[in-house]
Design a protein around this ligand. Sequence first.
Ligand code: 4NP
Length: 159
Amino acid sequence: MISVLFICLGNICRSPLAEAVFRAVVTEEGLEDRFRIDSAGTSGYHVGEPPDRRTSDVAARRGVMVDGSSRKINREDADSFHYLIVMDAENLKNVRRLVQGSNGRAEVRLFREFDPEAGDDLDVPDPYFGGADGFEVVHDLVERSARGLLEHIRERHEL
Ligand code: 4NP
């Protein structure tokens, strides 16, 4: 079983979307039994809340169902997941700090390292305080990165 945790700040916009899109791509490839996929936030701002409506609306229009409720990442996550996939540089800093105190050997990576169209900017931008366009942009980035990540994992694990 390969375990992948997607991480952003609030766990209501970017990471629940990344989780849902990655799961859809994995399922498309018939690999769903090989994966444990989840998401979490570095903050506890929205714990227990469902995904942001703007995220789920854009995803629904593209045929992806985003669900779950927000939770904060903890040390056990750092110990147990193989891949900790973060959305931006700030998440990276926070997750690295958490991993330093853990026993895990998780691979901590920026999601857009797997976006073949990414340039120098490897952040999935936080859409929370912006307009509706931001959510469309985020969805595009997430979709490309999800496919790239699965390709990376397939090569690595000979799936
Ligand atoms: P996310 O977006 O990290 O993609 O879930 C955000 C959600 C909430 C806040 C910031 C970003 N907030 O500050 O409450």
